[in-house]
Design a protein around this ligand. Structure first.
Ligand code: MN
Length: 234
């Protein structure tokens, strides 16, 4: 049976939940049954979501409130979504307390890092000298920078290459890694582009957007197929 994948919604200031279609499409086309997890208020509802879903997908979106990692917002920190932060952090805690797989993309990767005690660069151009455009101006389905895949990581076993192409739509990035997280891919300027948690639990965090590339790039497709397969095994 195909696994049910809970996709965390974007949540507006009016508490309206929404999702960008490529996330849903990638889950469905790579073998999963996507279910949107909207903003809800009762703890018991979150517990039920944790039982209902076979895996959890924290998708891209607005910046995470820096207070979550003990900082005040700096000048170039971007727009925030407080209700999404609230929902994402609560749901991460529930999901992490199960043995079920967790995938984070872009904001989702940063969310996982902060939830595990890590910190973020609030704005790459203000904090780091780099020639790489991490906020590319080309369309979402075109490549930006390459990432170097670190040896002896699950991504290296999956792709069997030292590099792969990525797109790039972020102005923040992981700074200090959360507890237990290990780097899995980096850009040439040292910006961390993927991390994972070693051990039995499946937890993968990617800074780029494989959901915008999977239809034309076999390597990016494998990232989703791998996650969905892990969800059908637990
Ligand atoms: Mn990047």
């Amino acid at each position: 049976m195909k696994p049910t994948i809970g996709v965390l919604a974007a949540v507006s200031d009016e508490k309206e939940s929404s999702v960008q279609n490529p996330y849903i499409k990638a889950v469905e086309q790579c073998g999963g049954i996507p279910v949107l997890l909207p903003y809800v208020e009762q703890d018991g509802t979150l517990d039920r979501y944790a039982r209902l879903c076979d895996g959890f997908f924290f998708a891209g979106g607005f910046d995470i409130a820096p207070q979550r990692y003990g900082e005040e917002p700096q000048k170039n920190c971007g727009a925030l979504q407080r209700y999404r932060d609230e929902m994402d952090f609560k749901m991460f805690e529930k999901a992490f307390s199960t043995a079920k797989p967790i995938l984070g993309i872009c904001r989702g990767a940063q969310l996982i890092n902060v939830a595990l005690g890590g910190t973020l660069h609030q704005d790459i151009p203000s904090e780091i000298k780099t020639d790489i455009m991490h906020r590319q101006t080309e369309p979402t389905f075109s490549y930006s920078h390459a990432v170097r895949i670190l040896e002896n990581t699950p991504l290296h076993s999956l792709i069997l290459q030292d590099h792969m192409k990525a797109n790039s739509f972020h102005h923040q990035a992981i700074k200090r890694l959360g507890e237990g997280l290990v780097p899995m891919a980096v850009a040439d300027d040292g910006i961390l582009e993927a991390a994972y948690l070693p051990g039995k639990r499946y937890l993968r965090a990617y800074q780029w957007h494989p959901e915008r590339l999977f239809e034309m790039c076999e390597y990016n497709k494998r990232i989703f197929v791998d996650f969905i397969s892990a969800c059908s095994m637990t």
